[in-house]
Design a protein around this ligand. Structure first.
Ligand SMILES: Nc1ncnc2c1ncn2[C@@H]1O[C@H](COP(=O)(O)O)[C@@H](O)[C@H]1OP(=O)(O)O
Ligand SMILES: [Mg+2]
Ligand SMILES: [Mg+2]
Ligand SMILES: [Mg+2]
Length: 355
């Protein structure tokens, strides 16, 4: 990534911000028939599709040669039965692309009053996210709405975008429309964008004005035995929470875990709201997707943390659309990480011997 121009960073922040504005406005108007169930039984809403359409449009206009590994595809939207949903997505995506959000955006970023697209253009733009991933070259990883279940509950969700070059995450941008600007003021203002560029640290920006605000550097603080806790999924099907409980007790952790959906957990870890991201496989054969971890893992590393699987191996973003065989994820500050890794190994052994 050319760190001198940092064009990728500006474009990614602008695209993620547009998608966040779109998603929060959809939430207030979302109606029951605007959600589909995918083959894997997970929900997908008009917000997921239109956010992917918006971000892919911006990326296609600014970096036309870059492939995109995006979560959604337009196959279900092309069906005759999806015509209402399709029109709604086109309306929402064009509204977000053409809105005048000012705040320092450049006309060259593919946004603005003249940037509306036709239905067919938008559907093929959504499908530009079908790249298979791989070991070499540049690619973007996109989760247009991470934590769709959290989004539907009105809780945490995140718009997540990462630039991967030769299997290494170089840039990560995560927009969290519902996350309090400061965890110490949970009922205060909400809406944050987190940005990490490899070698340049981790930063937080306000979602409503990211371009003229000074980025706040964030880093993982030192935790004590009393302040350390786990950050974990809300959905029981996404992670083995009973394992987390054993790890917490093995480490003598007394503070209750913080449960929230999406990569907002990585953001919370990076700014010290919680101490350990722990996600162990449930054993049903689910493979973790690169778009669910790419920006969050760079953010944590740039905030001074370590991210690995449960064996202590680094996550491999060069295997394709998934992270391969699922050994879970452990993310924490440097010193805490090694202790958690040891505790995870002890709990795994205990579980194996008791079988
Ligand atoms: N069985 C599963 N195990 C782990 N993660 C899952 C599983 N099913 C879905 N997910 C994904 O977990 C992510 C949310 O994680 P979290 O629990 O941290 O909020 C989502 O991207 C979700 O995918 P999807 O986007 O299809 O809903
Ligand atoms: Mg999904
Ligand atoms: Mg998603
Ligand atoms: Mg996701």
């Amino acid at each position: 990534m050319s760190l001198t121009s940092a064009a990728e960073k500006q474009v990614a922040v602008a695209a993620v911000r547009r998608a966040c504005v779109l998603a929060s406005s959809v939430f207030n108007k979302l109606v029951k028939n605007e959600t589909l169930t995918k083959d894997d039984k997970s929900p997908v809403t008009v917000a997921d599709y239109s956010a992917q359409a918006v971000i892919n449009t911006v990326l296609s206009r600014t970096f036309p040669d870059d492939p995109i590994v995006g979560e959604e595809d337009a196959a279900d939207l092309r069906l005759e039965s999806a015509s209402t949903l399709r029109s709604r997505i086109v309306e929402l995506a064009n509204e977000a692309l053409t809105a005048d959000l000012r705040a320092g955006e450049q006309p060259t970023w593919g946004l603005g009053p003249d940037s509306a697209q036709t239905v067919e253009e938008l559907l093929s733009t959504i499908d530009r996210g079908n790249y298979a991933g791989g070991r070499s070259g540049r690619m973007w990883a996109l989760d247009p709405i991470d934590g769709t279940k959290g989004f539907l509950r009105g809780e945490q969700y995140a718009v997540c975008l990462a630039l991967i070059i030769n299997s290494r995450v170089e840039l990560g941008v995560i927009g969290c429309p519902n996350l309090p600007v400061s965890a110490s003021d949970p009922s205060g203002p909400r809406g944050c964008i987190f940005v990490a560029v490899r070698g340049q640290g981790a930063h937080q920006l306000p979602l409503d004005d990211p371009f003229s605000s000074t980025p706040t550097p964030i880093s993982i603080p030192t935790f004590t035995q009393e302040t350390l806790n786990l950050l974990e999924s809300v959905e029981k099907a996404h992670a083995k929470l009973s394992f987390n409980e054993k790890v917490a007790s093995n480490l003598g952790i007394t503070r209750p875990p913080t449960r929230m959906d999406s990569q907002a957990k990585y953001c919370s870890l990076a700014r010290g709201d919680g101490g350990v991201y722990l996600r162990m496989p449930t054993g049903v054969g689910y493979k973790e997707k690169i778009w669910d971890h790419a920006p969050g893992s760079l953010l944590v590393e740039e905030a001074g943390g370590v991210v690995s699987d449960s064996r202590g191996e680094p996550l491999d973003f060069g295997l394709g659309r998934t992270l391969g065989e699922n050994f879970g994820v452990i993310a924490a500050g440097k010193h805490v990480h090694s202790k958690v890794l040891d505790a995870v190994k002890r709990v795994k052994e205990e579980e194996e011997t008791s079988q």
